[in-house]
Design a protein around this ligand. Sequence first.
Ligand SMILES: *Cc1c(COP(=O)(O)O)cnc(C)c1O
Length: 541
Amino acid sequence: MDRRSPMSIPAPARSPRISPRCSPCSSPATARRFKDDIEAMPRNIDKLLYTDLLPFDITGGPETREFLNRVADISTDFVEKTFDRGCKILDFHQPEQLKEVLDLEIPADPLPLDQLLHDCRDALKYQVKTGHPRFMNQLSCGLEVISLGGEWLTAAANINMFTYEIAPVFILMEQATMRHMRKVIGYKNGDSIMAPGGSVSNLYAALAARHKMFPEYKEKGLLALKGQLVMFTSVHSHYSLKGAAASMGLGTDNLVLVPVDDKGRMIPAELDRLIEEQKSKGNLPFFVCATAGTTVMGAFDPLNPIADICEKHKLWFHVDAAWGGGVLLSRNTKHKMAGVERSNSLTWNPHKLMGVLLQCSTVHFQEDGLLISCNQMCADYLFQQDKPYDVTYDTGDKVIQCGRHNDIFKFWLLWRSKGDSGFEKHIDHLFDMTAYLVEKLKTNNDKFELLNDEPELTNVCFWYVPYRLRTMKPGPERHKLLGEVQPILKGRMMTAGSLMIGYQPLDHHPNFFRNIISSQAVCRDDIDFMIVEMDRLGYDL
Ligand SMILES: *Cc1c(COP(=O)(O)O)cnc(C)c1O
């Protein structure tokens, strides 16, 4: 192939004439007019319409700038309120009430800019502030300001990540960041891709595993298989594994759920036994998923013993570290994932422990070349092989999507701002706050009961005990009543708008709270507040 750089291609004799209407900077006269306009005061923009802004009105530069500055101000006001402990986390309305206070109908004709700015303000006004220091409801909490800056610019650049042709800078940025992550994981070479969420990342891993074992499946489908494929994961794993089994045509019955110990960790001997059992039935085990940081309890499956079993049976070893992957960034916590470098693939969501803005998910492979060989379809209109650059930079054919959103800029910029050492501090802070919370719950053990005394991650699972149940003797009846109280307390928190913590049942346990610390905004005072506030709201239940 001719590897001439585009620079050496001779320029056409005369450049085509460009209409100044299409490109305001293309002639000195229009460039000057543009500059004067920026310096001029914009007209009052309130009653203007979208047609008064760029590109509809080519002289609308100052008005466009004014409009976007006002949108940025609304956004910044929201950020300030998010971190103001005097502001509520949410102003809760029932759906019917909310429909009354918001005008959500699409109008027949254009609305003026002041109405649109009003709409922007309202949209945020009734929105939950997930970056509030007392929002502990989700695995992705917090609002990293640097990451937000990256997201603003990502929206402005508005590119699609399928080819180097369209996204040269962001493709290289993604490659550099993914390479850095693989180094942290301990993969020597490998390949990675950013996917729309951990669930899809897990699906990519299972697809690659099947492709590795049955390369003909891609063309021949089910007939290429020599028997029933079976996957294994723990009973506490994320439900996306069931989704993968269903969407890959295995059926959820062929996702075997391995029992866990009392801390929620997969029991390796049980895995081994269940693999043997499937083999003896004539089925084909091919994929094992260990979880590093389970969604509810935050448990880490023991990776080295599971890797040994996968080696013994020659199975693909995937680690779902969507939630826990961040522990690899600190010398104090990375031992929790000892053995991770022995895995074939790993899912890691930077939008969880690392605090990157939603959505940001990555999946990594030990072996290079599998993603492309598994998913490539060679669409001629996007992935021409005779482009004027090295087409291996076109990532679009590695995925089952066509276009891909740019999720890298907000992530890369955040990592640049902190460096590796800053991210180590970031992770350590989350674990320090968690240790403080556990200590507080233990010293208030008349009001709070821990499900697990020694959480492995920042998930802290506990019951709040209202006054009337404090003296009741332990047993199934009290257990049941405790389970009924937690959702009522959650309702009171939402109405008060002062605190948000998620709850759920698990195995034989009735509803309990699962507090998550994954925001840098959380400090000791917030934890002290939480203890007092839950008792204030729940004492009489
Ligand atoms: C959150 C989570 C997922 C799913 O990630 P999404 O980005 O929500 O699709 C998968 N596995 C685990 C362990 C998780 O915690």
